[in-house]
Design a protein around this ligand. Structure first.
Ligand SMILES: Nc1ncnc2c1ncn2[C@@H]1O[C@H](COP(=O)(O)OP(=O)(O)O)[C@@H](O)[C@H]1O
Ligand SMILES: [Mg+2]
Length: 214
């Protein structure tokens, strides 16, 4: 019962229950604000805009994978640019935030820049271990340096072993992304194995990013 309902109906209210609800509401808003702050402006609107019904209708496997995803799960979304990977990932994170989890978005290109700065003695790159839910966007866009590869591997291993929800998007399949990340076949194989340890689904569709030529 809301505080307003208590007042309006003159119903006896449990002040502790009201406090709990107010605090839970504030905490949820703080989690959402932190997540929105981690999103680039263009993707911020994905958090508040439902995914186009066509995307879900075309990609029934992705839809099922999202529904089946647990707050401990790994989900790998692959497909051509503009099919809706990032939008789906952001909306899934919003669902998990509503369930009480914290979430963070990181784009690989930007993350590697931060890692490069850290390697050069600058501020540490953000921790990708701490959030309950991580979206790692556009894996395989860049070849990582040795230091970035260490960080990436550490992130995958820690998040997997600590059962933390991780959504990875990429234009490449896990099998194709492995050799792009590392020339060492053993390292590439162990990365692919972690990427495929949860659910991996391919998305189909046209490039629907606004401004795409038709
Ligand atoms: N078949 C579709 N119909 C309508 N909108 C779509 C369709 N496919 C993708 N979109 C929209 O196009 C935009 C680009 O999606 P985005 O998630 O950024 O693509 P990417 O797969 O490159 O990450 C999003 O707003 C997404 O919902
Ligand atoms: Mg994307």
């Amino acid at each position: 019962m809301s505080l307003y309902a208590c007042i309006e109906r003159d119903t006896p209210c449990d002040p502790n229950e009201i406090d709990r609800r107010v605090e839970a509401g504030i905490a949820a808003q703080q989690r959402m604000d932190a997540f929105l702050a981690s999103l680039p402006p263009r993707y911020r609107r994905y958090a508040t805009t439902p995914v186009a019904p066509e995307v879900l209708a075309t990609n029934t496997k992705a839809r099922a994978a999202l529904q089946a995803m647990t707050p401990q799960g790994f989900l790998y979304l692959t497909g051509d640019p503009g099919v809706g990977k990032t939008h789906l990932a952001v909306r899934q994170a919003v669902n998990l935030i509503r369930e009480g989890f914290s979430a963070q978005f990181v784009d690989e290109v930007e993350y590697f820049e931060r890692v490069f700065a850290e390697f050069g003695g600058g501020r540490p790159a953000p921790s990708l271990i701490a959030p309950d839910v991580l979206i790692y966007d556009d894996l395989g866009k860049q070849k990582p340096s040795d230091f970035a590869l260490q960080k990436l591997y550490h992130m995958l291993e820690m998040r997997w072993s600590h059962e933390k929800a991780t959504i990875i998007t990429s234009n490449l399949t896990p099998q194709a992304v492995g050799p792009r990340i590392s020339d060492d076949p053993a390292v590439a194989a162990s990365i692919v194995s972690r990427l495929m340890a949860g659910q991996a689904v391919g998305l189909r569709g046209a490039d629907n990013r606004p401004g795409s030529a038709v």
